[in-house]
Design a protein around this ligand. Structure first.
Ligand code: COA
Length: 199
């Protein structure tokens, strides 16, 4: 009989590049190459007002951005986290992020997160990136259930969840601590491996 340890070893996230046509998902890490440099791009992203409101980044200065990249590299090396930068397919510019983390690896449960820079919003890119990352987690890493959390009031994220086939499952009370705003309620949405992906 498989022990939970052997099951865990069977579900690593391994570095991959996912092709969306007009954009690519590429592993975040020290080696990621974006025009102008990945550290300045992350510092600039942290200053985005919508990100600061709904998805604060811990990359406000170069040292913090480098530490973030080191955590991404470690997550890939350990197979526990899959942090993808969303970049423009033509010129490699940073557009956003799609992120997966095992929350119960033995049971195949992961969570997904995402953000886009302002110029990339409003054209369906985050939905496509979320779906591509989720599909990859199911097909390449054996995810059984992928959960998506967003703060109550983040209506764009809620619409994205519905559009990407993550139905609403309930409201979690005081489940996420936002710096300076205390604990916030979140919506839980989720997708199962058995839910079909449209071609
Ligand atoms: C949440 C966030 C990623 C959503 O970005 P987005 O661009 O609205 O989401 P999508 O990429 O799925 O695009 C969908 C929007 O583009 C529009 N759109 C235009 N062309 C489209 C197409 N071909 N396909 C799908 N949607 C399209 C949709 O109508 C939709 O807009 P609407 O919700 O106002 O109706 C973005 O607002 C963001 O980064 N916010 C700050 C950080 C954040 O909240 N992160 C999530 C924390 S839980």
């Amino acid at each position: 009989m498989a022990t939970s340890d052997t099951i865990t070893e069977r579900r690593p996230f391994r570095p991959a590049v996912l092709d969306l046509g007009d954009a690519r998902l590429r592993p975040w890490g020290r080696a990621l190459d974006v025009p102008g440099g990945v550290v300045p791009a992350l510092v600039a992203a942290a200053a985005d007002a919508e990100l600061a409101r709904w998805n604060p980044l811990d990359t406000a200065d170069p040292a913090a951005a480098e530490a973030y990249l080191d955590r991404c590299d470690a997550g890939w090396a350990e197979g526990t986290e899959a942090a993808f930068a969303v970049t423009d397919a033509a010129d490699g510019t940073l557009l956003g992020n799609a992120f997966l983390r095992w929350t119960d690896r033995a049971d195949g449960v992961a969570m997904v997160g995402y953000w886009l820079l302002a110029a990339a919003r409003g054209r369906g890119l985050a939905t496509r990136a979320t779906l591509a990352a989720t599909r990859w987690a199911v097909e390449s890493a054996g995810a059984r259930r992928i959960e998506l959390f967003h703060a109550v009031g983040n209506d764009r994220s809620c619409r994205l969840a519905d559009r990407a086939g993550f139905p609403y499952e309930g409201t979690l009370r005081a489940s996420w601590h936002f710096e300076g705003r205390g604990y916030q309620d979140e919506h839980l949405h989720a997708r199962l491996a058995s839910d079909p992906f449209d071609e």
